[in-house]
Each structure stands twice: as structure tokens, then as C-alpha cells.
Design a protein. Sequence first.
Length: 101
Amino acid sequence: MKSLPYPDQDLRRRALAWAVKLKVNPRVLRVQTMRRKWGSCSSAGTVTLARDLSDREARFQDYVIVHELLHLRYATHGRVFKALMSAYVPGWRAMERQRLA
Ligand SMILES: [Zn+2]
């Protein structure tokens, strides 16, 4: 992924496509350097993705993106949240171990 000329834009595009699919609407979607996390979602609707994600495989990017976008609808990792993760990102539990935070 690093060879792409515009990694930030590519991540943003990917996340926006997921937002449409999940029918959520982040107020702000940004890509920036994050030291301890792959992504975050604020209660105000700002979704932030770590720039380093562009070096990771697409499946892992999807895992982080879907996780953060689902937080726009569900604040906690409850039963519904996990069921939706399984529906959209099969195998997400294995990727959870690669997550830093
Ligand atoms: Zn979470």
C-alpha cells in the first residue's frame, strides 16, 4: 500500500465507501499520525484513522475502519456491535490481537 501516491486519500476513500455501506455519516473523517491506536471515534462524530494503516493489508484496514464507524451508532462493544463486526468483517477477532489499543 505504501507505493500508492496518495495513501491518506486512499484510506479516506475506503472509509467513505464503508460509511455508505454501513449507513453512517461521520461528521469529520481524518487521517493523521497516531502513536498508540489505529483509529478513534469521538462522541461528536469525528472518526480518525492512523496514517500507518496504509502500510497494512486491506483486510486489517477494513477491520479498523468498520470498528470505528460502528461506534457512530454503538458506543460500546456490545452484542449487536460484535454481530455487525462479524457480518461485515469475517475473521475480525483474529485481527483484534494485532490491534495496539
Ligand atoms: Zn472500539
